[in-house]
Design a protein around this ligand. Structure first.
Ligand SMILES: [Zn+2]
Ligand SMILES: [Zn+2]
Length: 240
């Protein structure tokens, strides 16, 4: 949304104006601002969205530009970090930014940006229009949580069959933590040992039984089966 600030620029430092903002913005997961500034991203944003942003800003004439301060709210759809479902979320954010005029209101001559500000500074164009869209887009993306939850007690996905545990109980047997911890220790021991078959054998089977199978096929079979259990732990952690 654009605001004409020609009159405010002609006034003395400290002069203010207030404006209501009600605009529809296109929000993508990543916003790459013009001028080579670092892109802003919100991975939890579910695809590209048309969002209605509402708020109120106060513009204050400062010595070198116009200070914009305001509060906004914007309903978006996010992807749950546990169950991957899309859910509605109201983003609220406060904004405070300086906008610099690109031409002098009195003389019409071009003005340089203050030296301490880089290319990411917001500017007022040559028609004295202050455009809030890119600023709102960036603040909105920054206000979106990195790993949002559809609800505080979201059950997430079953690590075995992938079922959404908020919707149904899939019936998969839960893996006991103690057994998991033991399997993990064994898997680490197997990985660190230069001779996996012989090193792991004493834990599982008596020496008398293990000895004839040392280089045989049955011993090979047990090694990947054991390694699969820690694999489950990993996926559970990622989802939970
Ligand atoms: Zn969820
Ligand atoms: Zn399951």
């Amino acid at each position: 949304m654009q605001i004409n600030v020609a009159q405010l620029l002609k006034e003395g430092t400290g002069a203010t104006r207030s404006h209501d903002i009600d605009a529809v913005l296109r929000l993508e997961g990543t916003s790459a601002p013009a001028g080579g500034a670092a892109p802003v991203s919100a991975p939890a944003l579910a695809g590209g969205q048309e969002c209605r942003v509402q708020g109120r800003v106060t513009l204050t004439r400062a010595a070198r530009g116009i200070l914009l301060a305001g509060s906004f709210s914007c309903p978006v759809r996010l992807t749950c970090g546990r169950c991957l479902a899309s859910f509605p979320h109201l983003v609220g954010f406060d904004v405070q930014e300086m906008f610099y005029p690109s031409i002098d209101i009195a003389t019409g001559l071009p003005l340089a940006l203050p030296e301490e500000d880089d290319s990411s500074s917001f500017t007022i164009d040559e028609h004295h229009l202050l455009d809030t869209s890119e600023m709102i887009r960036q603040y909105c993306l920054l206000a979106i949580p990195m790993k949002p939850l559809c609800r505080a007690d979201c059950g997430g996905l079953c690590p075995d069959c992938g079922a959404n545990l908020n919707e149904k109980h899939c019936g998969c047997a839960p893996v006991p933590r103690t057994a998991l911890a033991r399997a993990l220790e064994q898997a680490i021991a197997v990985k660190q040992s230069p001779a996996p078959e012989t090193a792991a054998a004493p834990d599982r089977a008596p020496r008398t039984r293990a000895a004839p199978e040392q280089a045989g096929a049955p011993e090979r079979k047990t090694a990947p089966a054991r390694a699969r259990v820690p694999g489950r732990t990993k996926s559970r952690r990622k989802l939970g």
